[in-house]
Design a protein around this ligand. Sequence first.
Ligand SMILES: [Zn+2]
Length: 139
Amino acid sequence: MKFLINIVSLTADVVHTCKRVKDLFVLSSTMSYVDKMRTNDGASIWHARLRHLRIDKLKVKVLKFLVNGLPKLSTFGKGEVCERCQYGKAHRLPFDKSFSKCKAPLELIQSDLMGPCVTPSHSGFRYMSLSVDDFTTYT
Ligand SMILES: [Zn+2]
């Protein structure tokens, strides 16, 4: 190996072996990852490894043998909820419905500010503000 020329001794655990093709070392993803990780890992671990794939989709992958080396995963936690998925899907509750009525223009202005935007406007601004007069609904 060219990159080990100046190394006199090397002590390390063998993590993976691979096949050398000319100057390339070809790794098998099945051999290197799935085979080493599959022992005794539950469905929740595989759910996280597969980018928080839905449990029913994970079951299909197991049942149809779509992933090489994926274990049977007999312990699909019924009623088990992934905390990270719950936070990722969380939404802000809507505001309460307002019953206030304005009697004149400019009595109540509702504003929304957005920004900073990654892409600036044609004028170079990175923030947007929208103001609505509650009485006239003019913006
Ligand atoms: Zn998840």
